[in-house]
Design a protein around this ligand. Structure first.
Ligand SMILES: Cc1ncc(COP(=O)(O)O)c(C=O)c1O
Length: 430
């Protein structure tokens, strides 16, 4: 067993190079691929627990009731949600489906923070039925629809109002959400007005902000957290609860660096505490909503090589048995990855190859140019940093069933999602 070279840094914490090749959670990846088939999502339990614990501990430095709500949109597989629930996280849900997932995984209704820029009556009713702790309003229509449902059930619902403070972040424009013109949230002035004039049945508890995702420079996140208490005080609106969203990025490539999620959360709590002291106001309950920074690095996707060919321009295509059906990030916002061969992860390169997905779109390319050792048909390719926004975005384009998923740790691999069979693809057709 040797220590982990830099090229493998985007892989999960427990990754080792062994005589059998790359191992995660004490399991050789080639063995896991043979046992469960490919494509396969693999999650390292230790990486998930370590990050969840550090964020839960850091936010607990805030007033009682402060909490870390895991963003289910990043990963909603029950086998992982149960781990996060055990670690003391709450749950950020953006649909009736995500509410159902959180409840099935054991989260209490009071631990749910319900989001969405276009919540239907079904979503809002699911929040009410779950006795959700907080619903985050995205606009006045949202408030009126929720109030009408609350009136029917005689319920008073605690709410936050989401505002887009106009703070720009350095991330892909498709995953920035807090700028002027964003489809999410309200302008600060309109948000404050909504909090002052909420329909009856809704109890305004404070503000929510989420600036975007895959943010590697945390300074704007801290800036937003610092600005909100002063804004609430100036507007004279309640701030019992301040939810500063998620958004922290992870390294996808060797050499990229990202802030530690626990340290970042501690910085947010310290910034809010300080500004409240400066403003002479009580510190609100603080909520953070990390997704990617908890599970992103924990995930690795395994593929098998189905074909290798040189084409007209001299480049070499390596075709694998997955692609945009299990990884939409490349097509959606140009996601980049640094895969390795599972059996020979640190062998020297014999040249650059392009890794093609199996779907009928020319853009279904997982990696357009990567140095690898000589690749053979049947080799297993391991793509790191695929724990967040991969399995949740999986689809059945070309009628390929969605991949299976396993949780690994202490040398054991547990199946947590079955592979979708061809028969299952037709269950909804009538
Ligand atoms: C409201 C809200 N909270 C939390 C998150 C989680 O973000 P991330 O996975 O970047 O931490 C998102 C994702 O975009 C979001 O929209």
């Amino acid at each position: 067993m040797t220590s982990r070279p830099d090229a493998l840094l985007p892989f999960p914490d427990s990754t080792e190079v062994t005589s059998a090749g790359l191992a995660v959670g004490g399991c050789a990846l080639t063995g896991i691929a043979a046992e469960f088939g490919t494509p396969l999502y693999l999650y390292d339990e230790q990486s998930i627990r370590t990050r969840a614990r550090s964020v839960v501990e850091a936010v607990a430095a805030g007033p009682v009731g402060s909490r870390a709500a895991f963003a289910l949109k990043s990963l909603s597989t029950l086998g992982v949600l149960r781990v996060l629930q055990q670690e003391g996280m709450s749950a950020d849900c953006a649909s009736s489906g995500e509410i159902a997932a959180a409840l099935r995984a054991g989260f209490l209704g009071s631990q749910l923070v319900v989001h969405g820029n276009a919540k239907s009556e079904t979503d809002l009713q699911a929040a009410i039925d779950a006795d959700a702790g907080l619903v985050v309003l995205d606009g006045r229509d949202d408030a009126e629809r929720l109030a009408a449902l609350c009136a029917q059930s005689g319920r008073t619902q605690d709410v936050l109002v989401r505002i887009a403070p106009g703070i720009d972040v350095d991330t892909h424009r498709h995953i920035a959400t807090g700028h002027h013109g964003s489809k999410f949230g309200m302008t600060p002035a309109e948000g404050a007005e909504l909090l002052r004039t909420l329909p009856s049945g809704l109890r305004g508890r404070g503000l929510h902000v989420h600036l975007g995702s895959q943010i590697l420079d945390a300074a704007p996140l801290v800036e937003a957290a610092r600005w909100l208490p002063s804004f609430a005080k100036a507007e004279g609106i309640p701030l019992d609860v301040l939810d500063v969203g998620g958004g922290l990025g992870i390294p996808y490539l060797p050499g990229q660096d990202s802030p530690d999620p626990g340290t970042h959360t501690a910085n947010l709590v310290a910034a809010i505490t300080q500004v409240c002291a400066d403003e002479g106001m009580p510190v609100p309950q603080i909520i953070v909503e990390p997704g990617r920074s908890i599970v992103g690095t924990a995930g690795t996707t395994l593929y098998s090589v189905l074909g290798i060919k040189k084409v007209g321009d001299g480049s070499t295509w390596v075709a694998v048995d997955g692609g945009m059906g299990d990884n939409l990030r490349v097509g959606l916002y140009g996601g980049t990855y640094a895969p390795v061969l599972a059996a020979r992860p640190i062998d020297p390169s014999t040249g650059s190859v392009r890794i093609a997905g199996r779907h009928c779109e020319s853009t279904d390319v997982l990696v357009d140019g990567i140095e690898l050792p000589e690749v053979h048909v049947g080799d297993v390719i391991a793509v790191p940093a695929t724990g967040a926004y991969h399995q949740t975005m999986a689809n059945t384009y070309n009628l390929f069933g969605r991949p299976a998923a396993v949780l690994v740790g202490n040398g054991d691999a547990t199946l947590i999602t079955r592979r979708e069979s061809t028969d299952e693809l037709f269950l909804r057709d009538v």
